[in-house]
Design a protein around this ligand. Structure first.
Ligand SMILES: [Zn+2]
Length: 301
């Protein structure tokens, strides 16, 4: 599943050439991916004719700001891809569910074999709308664009702290952890606490911080909290630099169809039985509620 680094890779690639482009038409061939709307037609009419101002991100969501202050939100789900094409003559991949055609030429296609992803248009706020209830974790943020983005798109207001769009020092991060009795890994992957991290990066972050996945979050010492806080930024920035991870299923690709390279730098994820890069002990795998966790028993306490 695409996590923050993969979504950020897509965002950066699209932001460069979509800003200023006007959506001429939208074709939806699978209504499931626009399921928040009453009909595919409703979705189409909200997007057609609009000019894209910018492409941003919050957690695992791409947020396109449109010229009438509405926002097109894309969540890639388990296997979604946004792919650019020169035009209708370019062969369409299987499972293409939505095609945006631009007045200036070119297409953007949404492809998703498993159809867990979704697209929707969040209308511009109007006066008299009920106040937006922002996530209590996001409200701890002391800077960044995250809070404004949640106010723009109320559907995303529940999202917890975004490691880059929200700024939070380790001391406030400590308050978040100390309020949770659940295992560290479940805190890291809970989108309502921290937005953008999933199975791959939680394992890599916990290895980087030298912490076991099943430690109760509130049991961490100050030094451990600072280590975890730093590891989140470090691992995610590194993964963005290498354009995300493409696993053996090869589902993640950028808008030009290129795979990411960060899988070559994974320290523990999907490396069961291989030597720990730090201590040479075999990496272990444990399954918790159907999800695999990879860790080193010696390096993570
Ligand atoms: Zn080790």
């Amino acid at each position: 599943m695409p996590e923050l680094p993969e979504v950020e890779t897509v965002r950066a690639a699209l932001a460069r050439d979509l800003a200023g482009k006007r959506i001429k038409s939208v074709a939806v061939t699978n209504g499931r991916v626009v399921r928040r709307h009453a009909s595919a037609k409703e979705f189409r009419l909200l997007a057609e004719g609009r000019t894209i101002r910018s492409v941003e991100r919050l957690g695992k969501n791409l947020v396109f700001t449109l010229d009438n202050r509405s926002h097109l939100v894309v969540h890639l789900g388990m296997s979604g891809q946004l792919l650019r094409a020169h035009g209708a003559k370019d062969p369409k991949p299987k499972h293409t569910h939505v095609v945006f055609t631009f007045v200036q030429g070119g297409e953007l296609r949404y492809v998703d074999p498993r159809t867990f992803g979704e697209l929707f248009v969040s209308p511009a706020p109007v006066e008299g709308d009920p106040p937006i209830e922002l996530s209590k974790f996001a409200r701890l943020s002391v800077g960044g664009d995250g809070l404004a983005r949640r106010r723009d798109v109320p559907e995303l207001a529940h999202l917890g702290l975004d490691p880059f769009e929200d700024q939070i020092g380790w001391d406030r991060f400590a308050a978040v952890l100390r309020s949770r009795t659940t295992p560290l890994k479940s805190v890291l992957v809970d989108q309502d606490i921290i937005a953008g991290i999933g199975n791959i990066y939680s394992d890599e972050i916990l290895f980087n911080a030298g912490l076991r996945f099943d430690r109760p979050a509130q049991s961490l010492s100050t030094i451990e909290i600072r280590r975890l806080h730093r590891a989140i930024a470090e691992v995610l920035s590194d993964a963005i630099k290498h354009r995300g991870s493409t696993l053996r299923d090869e589902q993640f690709v950028d808008p030009d169809g290129r795979a990411g390279e960060y899988q070559q730098f994974h320290q523990v994820y999907d490396r069961e039985g291989q030597a720990c890069p730090q201590c040479r002990q075999p990496i272990r795998r444990e399954t918790v509620r159907g999800r695999s966790t990879f860790y080193c028993e010696k390096c993570q306490a």
